[in-house]
Design a protein around this ligand. Structure first.
Ligand code: BGC
Length: 454
């Protein structure tokens, strides 16, 4: 039996069936609001049309360049689509230095163009005129496949001079400034769109793409008749369009206040985008570790953990060092630990606090804290996914998923399925599949499908 004190401490993270249903209804209402022209401006979930209207068939061919910006790293990729649902990807990872994440936008785009030029040089492709797909994983209002206006930065980025601008143009200009490579940007897409496309390339039933990584968001296939923001020209010969829900912003009109805790409020208060991306702040990798850190600090203060140690002060100081000392990956490691050894948990405790011998009880409590935080995150993601599945007319829907939290957490998938079984309509069938390199393969597929349509 879990200790009463730690149960009490975590009570607010355990969502009741009523709360789950209520969040579900509010989420569905918000998606409808985002799609309708008359309510779009007021909606949190912007439901941007992506201008991607065809799913891949599997027979796409050709070589494409892809860029992937949006998490902790920046990548340049060379993707060869080989038909028969097959693709080969070569890629190079480049760090995005912290100061570039908040420095002038021009410098960020110059850095991107510089990495791209180095990659092209290395692969001897300077004059190959390969089409490029740019996976830019921030909220963008698309005006077409290759025109995307950044509406706001998220995930710790904050470069001035980019919000309100077309990122396709900024990239094009940065490539021109260098003048050493001929590259045409043919598509800009969100990582969730890339995930959906790359999963649909493998499985024809895929209709939803979800990322639970540094940030959290989803994209899904919507009937064009429901997408007011899509120009009539794009509705004439097409039945569907992929919609980028931008669900990370859900809750900004107070819809989640009845489930948010004091810890959620503190994480938000100390972030660089206060009052924004509230759903994301309860679900994604950038914030889950910060939540656990705040709970651990409270748990120490009130002697719920490390009760017998006279070094609690010292431990508290270790956690105060900075908001990211308790990394989100620790949650996955701790939750995959087993009783009574708790070897990974002990290693983390030793590294963080210099405490050599944590008790089994303390390890159990810390694991329980992590479980409550990640289970709530998975439940919220599942609420969103179920809402989207239930909107889609197909009876069977496969959900493509990616992102470090989903990928590396031992139980995130199981937690999600648990909630989805309660919320997905009974006449539907669903499955979840892990995406393989959605940002790279997805970008190439969007570029390929677009040129087919032309
Ligand atoms: C962004 C989304 C993105 C998600 C996952 C969020 O912060 O707003 O556009 O899809 O992170 O990377």
């Amino acid at each position: 039996m879990m200790d009463v004190e730690v149960r009490e401490l975590m009570q607010a993270f355990v969502l009741s069936d009523y709360q789950v249903q209520e969040v579900y209804s509010r989420f569905c209402a918000e998606i409808s609001k985002g799609l309708k022209r008359s309510t779009h401006a007021l909606a949190n979930t912007k439901c941007f049309p992506t201008y991607v209207q065809d799913l891949p068939t599997g027979d796409e061919m050709g070589k494409y360049l892809a860029l992937d910006l949006g998490g902790t790293n920046f990548r340049v990729l060379l993707v060869s689509l080989k038909g028969h649902h097959d693709a080969m990807v070569e890629s190079q990872i480049y760090a995005v230095p912290k100061d570039l994440m908040v420095g002038p936008g021009v410098e960020l785009f110059d850095h991107i163009a510089d990495c791209l030029a180095r990659f092209v040089e290395k692969h001897e492709m300077r004059n190959s005129h390969l089409p490029l797909g740019f996976t830019f994983s921030f909220p963008c209002e698309q005006k077409g496949l290759k025109e995307a206006i950044l509406t706001r930065w998220t995930k710790g980025f904050g470069c001035p001079g980019v919000e309100g601008e077309d990122v396709g143009r900024l990239l094009h200009e940065a490539i021109q400034r260098r003048g050493d490579a001929e590259i045409a940007v043919v598509a800009i897409l969100n990582d969730t769109t890339g995930t959906l496309m790359s999963c649909a390339h493998r499985n024809a039933d895929c209709r939803v793409g979800v990322i639970v990584g540094t940030g959290c968001n989803a994209c899904y296939v919507e009937d064009v008749a429901n997408v007011d923001l899509l120009h009539a020209d794009f509705k004439r010969n097409q039945k569907d369009v992929l919609v980028n829900a931008e669900w990370g912003a859900f809750g900004e009109s107070g819809q989640l206040d009845f489930v948010r805790t004091e810890y959620d409020r503190e994480v938000d208060d100390t972030s660089i985008n206060k009052s924004e991306q509230l759903f994301e702040k309860m679900t994604s990798g950038m914030y889950l570790g910060r939540l656990v850190r705040l709970i651990l600090m409270r748990a120490m203060q009130s002697k719920v953990i490390f009760k017998l140690s006279n070094r609690r002060e010292h431990f508290a100081t270790a956690l105060q060092k900075n908001e990211d000392v308790f990394e989100t990956r620790f949650i996955s490691e701790i939750e995959s630990d087993s009783f009574p050894e708790f070897s990974k948990t002990r290693t983390i405790i030793t590294e963080l606090f210099g405490l050599e011998k944590a008790s089994v009880e303390d390890c159990q409590k810390i694991k329980y804290i992590c479980e409550c935080v990640s289970k709530r995150a998975a439940t919220l993601v599942a609420i969103g996914v179920s809402g989207l599945i239930n909107r889609i007319s197909d009876r069977r829907v496969v959900v493509g998923m990616d992102g470090s939290v989903y990928r590396y957490h031992p139980k995130f998938d199981a937690y999600m399925r648990n909630t989805m079984h309660k919320l997905v309509k009974s006449d539907k069938e669903f499955d979840i599949m892990l995406s393989e390199d959605g940002s790279g393969r997805g970008a190439a597929l969007v570029a390929a499908v677009a040129s087919k349509t032309k």
